[in-house]
Design a protein around this ligand. Structure first.
Ligand SMILES: Nc1ncnc2c1ncn2[C@@H]1O[C@H](COP(=O)(O)OP(=O)(O)O)[C@@H](O)[C@H]1O
Ligand SMILES: [Mg+2]
Length: 230
């Protein structure tokens, strides 16, 4: 299986189809890289029937004007009938967690009918309650992490720090996509994934990135993606 499929393809029984963690400092190119990976996935036949839902707490997306933006679950479900990629903006800062829980539950409600599976990407998830090494995320986030794969739903958590990953995700993540990360993340990362990232860290500069395969215990290094002219 190619790396892109390992990173993003929902597969109800595949070993590489647990959640993906996408971690790097603010401004290091996460949203840009994620957008490029989704656009590459759209060209890969394996993702032909896959639906992508991009939740942006910052209310920004780089998919271009053709990708619809919705702000409630009803519109999300309606748009997903036709559109391969839909962006969701939670509007009320007082209710981010509830809004995202609603999105997760809605994905579970339709998952059996979405043959190609659903990739549910939550950007800047680190602002949500429970996203730290000692935190408890909501029951819906837990459900996505633990039961998502069997339903063909793949969670992608985009975070500033590896240590934003709640402990319960330990063992429920099949890969990490990393850009520039903080040295402070190394001990926690080693503890939850067993993988030493000390040698990799200095290489992750200038938008260079890596995919850490936690199933095969391998690290794949990549050059920066090229910026699309908009
Ligand atoms: N591969 C790249 N090459 C050049 N500039 C990039 C690249 N990726 C991101 N950038 C620039 O870096 C800035 C931050 O990117 P962004 O994807 O928003 O980061 P993040 O989501 O991690 O905060 C943007 O101005 C973006 O254009
Ligand atoms: Mg971003």
């Amino acid at each position: 299986m190619n790396n892109l499929r390992k990173m993003l393809l929902p597969n109800r029984s595949g070993s590489h189809s647990l959640s993906t963690a996408f971690a790097a400092r603010s401004g290091s190119g996460k949203t840009t890289l994620l957008t490029e990976l989704v656009s590459q996935a759209r060209k890969d036949e394996a993702f032909k029937e896959t639906r992508f839902v991009y939740v942006s707490i910052k209310q920004e997306h780089l998919f271009g004007e053709k990708v619809p933006v919705v702000t409630n679950v009803e519109d999300l479900l309606k748009k997903m009938e036709k559109e391969p990629i839909v962006t969701f903006y939670p509007l009320d800062a007082g209710y981010y967690e509830e809004d995202i829980d609603d999105v997760i539950e809605a994905m579970f409600s339709i998952a059996d009918d979405v043959k190609g599976g659903i990739v549910l990407m939550i950007d800047d998830a680190n602002v949500l309650k429970g996203f730290d090494s000692r935190g408890q995320p909501s029951p819906s986030v837990k459900k996505l992490t633990i039961a998502g794969r069997s339903k063909g739903i793949r969670g992608v958590y985009i975070l500033h720090r590896i240590s934003n990953l709640p402990r319960l995700m330990n063992g429920n993540i099949s890969g990490m996509i990393l850009l520039s990360i903080s040295p402070m993340d190394l001990p926690y990362s080693k503890k939850i994934t067993g993988i030493e990232l000390d040698d990799l860290l200095p290489e992750l500069v200038d938008y260079k990135w890596a995919y850490v395969d936690l199933i095969d215990n391998t690290i794949h290094r990549f050059n920066p993606v090229e910026l699309k002219k908009s």
